[in-house]
Design a protein around this ligand. Structure first.
Ligand code: GLY
Length: 377
């Protein structure tokens, strides 16, 4: 029996459910969050559109089943069209969108056309890099005064698109922008106690740092669980692509804080200020991101680092609870995979629902634990 034999029935379950969804999501995609645990099809316009095709590539890696290929083709065409027609791309999440579509296809199928698509998407993302503030603007039109000068921790996951573009073209500008943005994130979004702000503002005219605020967390000075999870994973990725050891150290500190806040069953509440007995919801999507981040972090640490085994063990413990108590295996009406995610509690948007990125990272974690996966990020 292999170490992760217990995941076999989970893999069968997710592969089966994803394949059942193939008829519903051909050119359309699942939305960010389910309603009553069901994803209804929508156009490819949100920041979350690539998690579906990303899951299809993961199913391909798990099963080599050609059944997913026609949908992958349609989805890729849709991402090509989105870039050509510039549909809803006023966002830094171009990184998520084209990492899990174009880069993943290049990794899995080695198609040059996908490499070119990824580089074009990186060019579009580069338009959002502002040399004055040295950040990539998170949201909105570049001329919108309300939106200028703001970065958010999630953006660390958008940087691999830029690192990829430099690796493929030999042009350093993409990597330099990504590196500079990651350094600004490390300097301003990470607090002295290794909790994190969700968002941080700069004066776009002078470049001066103004201060941190939250968008989806409980309070400006609390620690939004998903933000901390993006940070664990994202700083580790910036270490992978730049070799800057301080990113690895920061990822470890963020991981330590996250682990210290875990409740009894190891599934974090949606903000790390909440603990057992608070009556607040958990966020399984943050838990799934953290599993992948901790596994990547453990992989990067040398054998001599005592934290290596700890991070791996915590990741596996979280997976055990997710697998036992939080999948839709007993909710046949649901076309999602992971129950009890929270998108935005304060706006009452997607609370105790399936999150499409939660599903994606859950499947990524299954792939990480059972195959020699080389990462799209
Ligand atoms: N990147 C947006 C979120 O995590 O909700």
């Amino acid at each position: 029996m292999t170490q992760f034999e217990w995941l076999t029935h989970d893999i069968d379950f997710v592969v089966d459910k994803i394949k059942k969804n193939l008829t519903l999501f051909q050119e359309t995609v699942p939305p960010a969050a389910s309603v009553d645990l069901v994803y209804a099809p929508e156009e490819n316009t949100d920041w979350t559109a690539s998690f579906w095709i990303g899951m299809l590539f993961l199913v391909k890696e798990l099963t080599n089943d050609p059944a997913v290929d026609p949908t992958i083709e349609k989805q890729l065409a849709s991402f090509r069209r989105r870039l050509e027609k510039d549909i809803a791309l006023e966002t830094h999440d171009i990184g998520f969108l084209y990492t899990l579509s174009a880069i993943a296809d290049y990794q899995v199928n080695q198609r040059e056309s996908s490499k070119e698509l990824a580089v074009k998407a990186a060019d579009r993302l580069m338009e959002r890099y502002d040399p004055k503030t040295q950040i990539i603007q998170a949201w909105g039109d570049l001329n919108d005064e309300q939106q200028r000068g703001r970065m958010i921790i999630d953006c660390l996951m958008n940087l691999p698109l830029l690192y990829f573009a430099s690796a493929m073209t030999g042009e350093g500008k993409y990597k330099e922008a990504a590196y500079t943005h990651a350094k600004q994130t490390q300097r301003y979004i990470v607090r002295d106690n290794f909790t994190t702000y969700h968002t941080y503002y700069f004066n776009p005219k002078t470049g001066e740092a103004i201060g941190g605020k939250t968008q989806q967390g409980f309070a400006d000075d609390s620690c939004w669980a998903r933000g901390q999870a993006w940070g664990i994973y994202g700083f580790t990725l910036s270490y992978n692509h730049t070799g800057d050891h301080t990113f690895l150290e920061t990822a470890k500190k963020l991981a330590d804080y996250f682990i210290d806040c875990l409740p009894e069953d190891k599934i974090c509440y949606w903000d790390l200020v909440f603990h057992d007995g608070s009556g607040e919801e958990r966020d399984t999507s943050a838990a799934a991101i953290a599993v992948c981040g901790l596994l990547e972090l453990a992989k990067q640490l040398p054998l001599t680092d005592p934290k290596k085994d700890e991070y791996q063990a915590v990741a596996v413990a979280i997976m055990k609870t997710l697998s036992k108590g939080y999948t839709s295996v007993d909710s046949p009406q649901s076309n999602g995979l992971l129950l009890e995610g929270v998108y935005d509690k304060k706006s009452n948007k997607g609370v105790k629902e399936c999150m499409i990125w939660g599903d994606y990272y859950y499947v990524e974690a299954l792939v990480r634990l059972t195959t020699a996966w080389y990462s799209y990020w």
